[in-house]
Design a protein around this ligand. Structure first.
Ligand code: 3BY
Ligand code: FES
Ligand code: FE
Length: 408
């Protein structure tokens, strides 16, 4: 049994505007708590409909400590389930995607339909009722081709998020995309350090010389993209209007959505700022539309430029270990070697992610020190880190209050 009172005390100990008390970054109990209180209670951006391109198929991933499977049936209906067999609990689908009309457990071959119902179980007695042994459902939502899952019985309200994201994301036609490449990086750091690092660009000037060429690092950390009277921003707004693209910003309790201009003369988040794919994802032929940044607590951010969408997701795998998954989408008709080159498409984020991994691992080493005391965030350059840590503490406190019946 987790000591919820201990975690409550740690959160109460936290000084507003400061990094978190040490144990929140390095205690195995807090890690176990986070899997349930945070990853078990939040909407998670699992991936994209285009990753299940066949009429029937699935995508499997792990959320917190639970393997989950999202299925797509012949009618194009998406459902999600705990990816845990109703016989003796084995994981049914290995992580990744597959084109399949039925899901067969590798252990004793119980077979499930894509709607979760058990359709075959060998050598079970007359009294056995398959209808009572279907897969347990998980909440799933599709927003313009982005698939979100939530393990909570009562998920956080989704309607406003959909209302804000859908009109901005839909023009990127993710349903018409394909996964061009994905990779993973193991970071020896607590997931909260990975996310704090991902939510600021205070470190970018020195830490990411390549990213700085295209990414407006001065404005990027707090969403201060609009500078009054700046003719460049007026021109950007006019281009967006002509292309029928909304801009935001929309800052919700667990999301941030905003379209912003890249550095002058740059069209995509690539090493040289040139398009990564000549076949655009958006309609029309205006490529100079900046990037739509859409970020979801607790684990992800995406950038959608005219030509590609890049996905970054951080999943805790141990107290001091986080798995970062990066995915790159391009138009489904784009031809590798003709319209895009995987190396050029992925280079900037690969370089940046490795730089970030080193920064996070270094941060974790210092945070583990006997000499660590929480320090102040920059209110301007780390404002999204403040949003993240405030959100984390509120979410954790809500979870504790619901289970102990005591607030605060
Ligand atoms: O959330 C973001 O958009 C970025 C990516 C690079 C740094 N980070 C603030
Ligand atoms: Fe799946 Fe036995 S655990 S069939
Ligand atoms: Fe970084």
């Amino acid at each position: 049994m987790l000591d919820l009172e201990r975690i409550r005390a740690l959160i109460n100990e936290r000084r507003p505007g400061y990094s978190l008390p040490q144990e929140l970054y390095n205690s195995p109990d807090v890690y176990a708590f986070d899997l349930d209180a945070i990853f078990g209670q939040s909407w998670i951006l699992a991936g994209f409909t285009c990753e299940i391109p066949q009429p029937r198929g699935y995508m499997a991933l792990t959320v917190g400590r639970s393997p989950v499977v999202i299925t797509r049936d012949r009618e194009g209906v998406y459902r999600a389930f705990y990816n845990s067999c109703r016989h003796r609990g084995a994981q049914i689908c290995a992580e990744g995607t597959g084109a399949r009309g039925r899901l067969t457990c590798p252990y004793h071959q119980w077979v499930y339909d894509l709607d979760g119902s058990l359709v075959h179980a060998r050598h079970m007695p007359e009294t056995f009722d398959p209808a009572e042994h279907g897969l347990r459902p998980v909440h799933v939502e599709n927003v313009a081709g982005a698939l979100f899952v939530c393990l909570a019985e009562k998920p956080p309200a989704f309607a406003r998020f959909r209302r804000e994201l859908e009109p901005l994301l839909a023009p990127h036609r993710l349903e018409e995309a394909k996964l061009a490449f994905q990779n993973t990086l193991v970071e020896k750091g607590n997931w909260k350090l990975v996310m704090e690092n991902a939510r600021e660009c205070y470190h970018c000037g020195v830490g990411h010389p390549e990213l700085c060429l295209t990414f407006p690092i001065e404005e990027a950390s707090g969403g201060h993209f609009e500078v009054e009277g700046d003719p460049r921003h007026a021109a950007f707004a006019a281009r967006l209007e002509a292309a029928g693209l909304g801009k935001g910003p929309f800052i919700g309790p667990w999301w941030q959505i905003e379209r912003f201009p890249l550095n002058e003369g740059h069209l995509s988040l690539t090493i040289d700022g040139a398009l990564a794919c000549t076949k655009l994802m958006i309609a029309g032929d205006e490529p100079d539309v900046g990037s739509l940044r859409w970020a979801v607590e607790p684990h992800s951010f995406c950038h959608s430029t005219a030509d590609t969408t890049v996905y970054f997701s951080a999943m805790p795998t141990a107290t001091g270990e986080t798995l970062v998954t990066c995915k790159w989408l391009v138009h489904k008709d784009a031809v590798e070697g003709v319209d895009y080159d995987v190396e050029k498409l992925t280079q900037l984020w690969n370089v940046t992610n490795i730089q970030d991994r080193d920064l996070v691992e270094n941060n974790q080493r210092g945070v583990n020190s006997v000499g660590y005391v929480p320090g102040p965030y920059s209110p301007t350059d780390e404002s999204y880190v403040l949003l993240f840590t405030d959100w984390y503490c509120d979410k954790a406190m809500d979870y504790i209050a619901a289970r102990t019946g005591v607030d605060g």
